[in-house]
Write a protein that binds this ligand. Structure first.
Ligand code: DGI
Ligand code: FE
Ligand code: FE
Length: 192
């Protein structure tokens, strides 16, 4: 078992790399770097930020069948079956990270679970990973520079920015929205 604060980052990187395409592995490395930067800026735990950033998309390239079998066998909320990889790779991804990478730190696992949908209540590490994923140096969506500026000035404003823009995107694409995405938006952005 990996002892807290005793992560073998070289070994961990190799394991993450073995599960991902080169393109997505590089995204994980950049997310880890950005998470460290945000942790330093916000007095967060730099090591946990690096580990969580590195592993956050660990399960992203698993097959739907593998996720479905874990949802059923491990008794996750069956409503998850109505969604897909976009939601599964974080929520169920934490299960793979725990059992395959031996990361038992619930703060890190929760940051992974919350990295796509955010959550009504977020820890500093949750926010760091949520935002690092969005603004890492390889991102090039429209307004990414504005997202970076807002986030570096105030992490909570960054969370609000991402929640607003992602919800807009999902609505425009008529994508099915996971309930937690809405409750996060309500908690962070919506007025009374
Ligand atoms: O895994 P990444 O691409 O690095 O980033 P991510 O995990 O933050 O987001 C993955 C995708 O999930 C992104 O295109 C936005 C989408 N998404 C966010 N909230 C929801 C969602 N998709 C669905 N179907 N429902 C949601 O509530
Ligand atoms: Fe992701
Ligand atoms: Fe990501």
């Amino acid at each position: 078992m990996i002892v807290k604060n005793d992560y073998n980052l070289v070994q961990l990187q190799a394991k993450v790399q073995s599960q991902l395409s080169q393109y997505r592995f590089q995204h994980c490395l950049r997310t880890a770097d950005k998470a460290v930067e945000l942790a330093e800026l916000n007095q967060g735990d730099v090591l946990k930020a690096r580990v969580a950033g590195l592993v956050h998309d660990y399960a992203k390239e698993r097959s739907d069948a593998e996720f479905i079998s874990v949802i059923k066998q491990e008794h996750f909320d069956p409503d998850l079956l109505n969604y897909g990889n976009a939601i599964w790779h974080g929520v169920i991804g934490a299960y793979f990270i725990k059992h395959e990478l031996g990361i038992y730190d619930e703060e890190i696992l929760n940051a992974v679970r919350n990295h796509t949908t955010a959550a009504p209540q977020m820890t500093l590490l949750d926010k760091i990973v949520f935002m690092a994923d969005y603004i890492e140096d390889g991102r090039d969506f429209m307004n990414v520079d504005e997202a970076r500026q807002v986030t570096l000035a105030d992490l909570d404003d960054g969370v609000r920015y991402q929640l607003t823009h992602t919800l807009e995107l999902l609505l425009n694409k008529k994508t099915k929205i996971y309930p937690k995405t809405i409750t996060s938006y309500n908690a962070w952005v919506a007025g009374h």
